[in-house]
Design a protein. Structure first.
Length: 231
């Protein structure tokens, strides 16, 4: 019976990153002082949303296209696609984040996703919204592109948090940097589109699949409900 459950578990591929990773990747921007509302795009089965709600009373909504057929536990989840977040146009967030999502999208879809994330991010005071994208696999290349094309007033690449024990799994994941985009008065619709296209085509949010990745994807079977593992 146990062997059967393990085999079923191995068929499912949905992120479950910890609140610790979120705080290390996004830092103060997801704190209650800055963000009373957060949209977590591609949230999977992470318990960051529940932890934040319990600890600070923040609203943390979760988006994942997989939720449409395989709902998560808890509340405030939405089975919509990151390339179309029109569901939230009338209810913007202070901060929108994504973790280990962009690498699974094509350059064109990365650009669409970034545009949508910006559109739904604007605090209630109407001044600045923050969009965090983790990880950036080629940070130096992206910094140069942003500078060369005059986007440093709205987009910056922050260095990875280095406060964890060397050699830990978490630190290895955080050997990457985080892209932050500000939805401020300088980010006009035209610049937003140009910025999103530049980032998507830059190949800086993607990485080459390793043999381990390919083997895992071949083994995984999509369409298996998580509820099948609860026997």
């Amino acid at each position: 019976m146990l062997d059967q459950e393990i085999k079923l578990l191995k068929k499912i591929e949905r992120t479950s990153h910890t609140p610790g990773l979120y705080h290390a990747a996004f830092g103060q921007f997801i704190s209650r002082e800055i963000a009373s509302s957060v949209l977590d795009v591609g949230a999977g089965d992470s318990n960051f949303a529940q932890t934040a709600r319990d600890a600070t009373g923040q609203r943390v909504a979760r988006v994942d296209s997989d939720y449409a057929t395989d709902p998560p536990d808890g509340i405030d989840w939405h089975g919509v696609d990151v390339r179309d977040l029109s569901h939230f146009y009338g209810d913007p967030f202070d901060v929108t984040i994504s973790s280990f999502l962009m690498q699974h999208l094509s350059p064109e879809d990365q650009a669409k996703a970034i545009q949508e994330m910006v559109k739904v991010t604007m605090p209630s005071d109407g001044k600045i919204g923050h969009i965090g994208i983790f990880p950036v696999y080629k940070p130096n290349s992206l910094r140069k592109l942003l500078s060369k094309n005059g986007f440093e007033d709205v987009a910056l690449v922050f260095e990875a948090n280095d406060t964890f024990d060397k050699g830990s799994i978490l630190l290895r994941k955080l050997a990457y940097d985080t892209l932050w985009i500000q939805n401020n008065k300088h980010l006009t619709p035209e610049r937003r589109e140009a910025l999103a296209s530049l980032i998507g085509q830059s190949d800086t949010l993607s990485r080459k699949a390793t043999l381990r990745d390919l083997a895992r994807r071949a083994f995984m079977q999509r369409g298996v409900s998580r509820t099948d593992t609860k026997a």
